[in-house]
Ligand binder design. Structure first.
Ligand code: D41
Length: 683
């Protein structure tokens, strides 16, 4: 290695240490991080690697040599009787195998039992009970000393002040204090209202709530806790299995996570850990990984720790879902109902392996509430398949001369004024699709989409081409298109033109509820459309109903009723309806009334698990539109249980009752057949 390189590396190491110390301070002391956990982990990993490759650069002052940050003196400091260990991280299944191989080298290759615990993204605490009474509660702090937060922890409802059963005279237990996502949203909404700075995530909100000098504030926050370890236990002989220790915690009245799993063998560990990456979204609280622990406590003792990290446990961390980047510009999209949807143009940033350049900002009110400005550094989140969203600005990085965001006063597409109806979060372009190209473009795509008229081949590109060529001015114009017109469009061959026309023709046979949904009436989704048609029988009958009659339908409130009435009162919409009728779409009473138009009448469906091709709401709406009932519980009356990915307990119940099962392909086939008039399959 040449001298120059070593110098550059030394500089990088020092820079990393400076940065990490700074972020530790922001995180642990101020509860106001500026970077995501994943970015922090990356800095730490890089520093660890450089120090491992260049032992001469190691130093006891390096952040790698200590865990966490010092406690806040204001609380009083508690010295932990036994140090609280920290956890090594694994970021991939391969890293889990490498961990397994290290363990196998020490204790021999064998099939072990492991406990998997969701890694709660909260704040680690240690509680000491003396003679069964809560004596001291402390934060983890640096693992050796924590802050005395006894008064605050006593306000957490799920923390018992006295233990049940027969606990040792002195026992110290560890757990994680957290806030549910719902509670976090509520707290932030209240803070926004009060003009206070918002918490970046539930963990910071939990930490901020627990580390309050005024316990009354803590008491007002619905903190919760899961316990996961028994630390010091005077004179007690503890079970040899960690899983049994969790049982013991429960026997003392301490809450443990019902999602914890006992599995055998590293393959099962990896499978279960990877599965959590999706399951996590269904939990009401945030987790950032899974903690994997060797169950046998004698083996735990034999394996011991390297520094502060036990060899017998590891944290499998999920791909990062948050990152920070610069918000270059705020632009707006106009939705099919005229809604003004602001979005962020970002300096491209990689989150969990995907480069994100755009992120949603929801609505004008949200941008104002969070005070997100052009030029800000922002925290961006990407979770599952949903569109990336901007969580909020990093205020300490706000450059001078930024300004609060102002919504455009006029529609960028058609120039009509933009208005925000009183009491609504959304602002709207005051034009309608006939006069606003952006609205018509979105409406066409919606009209042709799967849950609506399902016109194959009519997507983004074709919708734009049809508008550019002036062939379509409203959705009904689709039914007047000719092959000659289509052939004049770019990249439109003979075959695709024919396919498109066939697909448009087929769309005339969709059930009226899907047509009603497709019209793009503000606040009328698939579910509402189905309810309205159930109540009124046809779109024509609905168009004659009064606002009060519409509002009286179950699940339809005054806002929807007003919006429906207004839509039908608009002369331009009456023209569209007349054209659709002339084209043969089902506006009037269907010829086959009664069960003829309702091929699934009398059939009862229950859905469990996740569907791939449509949302559950959509599946329910389509089933209901065909006359079926959809409920939440499997009973003897259930005709079919529809089983999606990762089904829940309903599947067990159905199997016990012998209820017929339908997978997603089966459901699709049944829907297709029923919607196209074929007799429904019966169970
Ligand atoms: O849910 C958690 N966040 C969690 C954290 C958990 N379920 N188990 C944990 N187990 C440990 C060991 C293996 C060291 C007893 C932990 C943590 N530690 C931990 N939390 C914060 C630092 C370490």
């Amino acid at each position: 290695m040449v001298m120059q390189d070593l110098l550059a590396i030394r500089e990088r190491v020092e820079e990393l240490r400076r940065q990490i110390e700074y972020h530790n301070y922001r995180y642990y002391v101020l509860d106001a991080p500026e970077i995501s956990d994943a970015e922090y982990d990356q800095l730490m990993e890089e520093l660890r690697r450089l120090e491992a490759e260049h032992p001469e650069l190691q130093s006891p002052e390096s952040p790698t040599q200590r865990v966490g940050a010092g406690p806040l003196e204001a609380f009083g400091i508690v010295e932990h009787r036994l140090p609280l260990l920290s956890l090594a991280n694994a970021f991939s299944p391969e890293a889990l195998r490498a961990w397994h191989a290290r363990v196998a080298r020490l204790i021999g290759e064998r099939t072990l039992r492991y406990v998997l615990e969701p890694k709660i993204d909260g704040l680690a605490v240690s509680l000491t009970y003396e003679q069964g009474r809560l004596a001291v509660a402390a934060t983890r702090g640096d693992g050796l000393h924590g802050e005395n937060v006894t008064a605050n922890v006593r306000t957490i409802r799920s923390v018992p002040l006295t233990l049940q059963g027969d606990p040792p005279p002195v026992v110290e237990v560890r757990g994680e204090v957290y806030l549910s996502r719902a509670a976090f949203e509520r707290i932030n909404a209240e803070r926004a209202e009060a003009g206070q700075p918002l918490f970046a995530n539930p963990r910071n909100a939990a930490a901020g709530s627990l580390r309050q000098l005024d316990p009354r504030i803590t008491a007002s926050r619905p903190l919760d806790i899961f316990f996961y370890q028994i630390g010091y236990a005077e004179g007690a002989v503890l079970p040899r299995s960690h899983w049994d220790c969790l049982d013991l915690l429960r026997a003392w009245g301490l809450r443990t996570n019902p999602e914890n799993q006992l599995v055998e063998g590293i393959d099962a560990v990896i499978e279960a850990a990877v599965a959590w990456e999706h399951r996590r979204e269904r939990l009401p609280y945030d987790i950032d990984g899974v903690v994997i622990k060797i169950d046998d406590r004698d083996l735990q003792a034999e394996l011991g720790a390297v520094g502060r990290e036990p060899r017998w446990a590891i944290a499998y961390k999920f791909a990062p879902t948050q990152a920070t980047t610069r918000l270059l510009k705020i632009e707006v999209n106009i939705g099919r109902t005229g809604s003004v949807n602001p979005y962020a143009v970002l300096e491209p940033v990689s989150i969990g392996g995907v480069v994100v350049k755009l992120a949603t900002l929801h609505n004008a009110q949200d941008v104002r509430r969070k005070d997100i400005r052009e030029g800000d550094t922002v925290i961006v989140q990407r979770a599952g398949e949903v569109i990336p969203q901007v969580i909020g600005p990093v205020l300490s990085k706000r450059p001078p001369n930024t300004r609060p965001y102002e919504l455009p006063t006029h529609c960028p597409s058609c120039g009509a004024p933009i208005e925000q109806p009183p009491g609504e979060a959304m602002a709207y372009c005051t034009n309608n699709p006939a006069g606003c190209r952006a609205q018509l473009f979105e409406l066409l795509k919606h009209f042709a989409s799967r849950p609506c008229l399902e016109i194959d081949g009519l997507g983004e590109k074709l919708a734009a081409a049809l508008l550019d060529a002036g062939l379509v001015h409203d959705v009904a114009d689709l039914y007047a298109l000719t092959k000659e017109q289509l052939l004049r469009l770019d990249r439109m061959g003979d075959k695709s033109a024919e396919n498109l026309l066939a697909s448009i023709a087929r769309s005339k046979q969709r059930p009226p509820a899907r047509l009603l949904h497709g019209l793009g009436i503000r606040h009328v989704g698939g579910e509402t459309a189905a309810r309205l048609l159930d109540a009124f029988g046809s779109i024509d009958a609905l168009s004659q109903a009064t606002e009060a009659e519409i509002a009286a339908v179950e699940g339809v409130g005054p806002t929807i009723a007003r919006s429906v009435r207004q839509w039908f009162d608009e002369p331009r919409n009456q023209t569209v309806l007349a054209k659709l009728r002339a084209a043969g779409l089902p506006l009037g009473p269907t010829a086959t009334s009664g069960t003829g138009g309702q091929p699934l009448a009398g059939q009862a469906f229950v859905i469990t698990g996740r569907l791939e091709s449509m949302s559950r709401a959509e599946a329910e709406a389509r089933l209901r539109a065909l006359g079926a009932t959809v409920s939440d519980t499997v009973s003897k009356k259930t005709t079919y249980l529809v089983v999606g990915a990762e089904p829940g307990s309903k599947l067990k119940k159905a199997q016990a009752l012998g209820t017929p099962l339908l997978d997603e392909a089966g459901l699709l086939a049944l829907l297709e057949a029923a919607e196209h008039g074929a007799p429904a399959a019966s169970a």
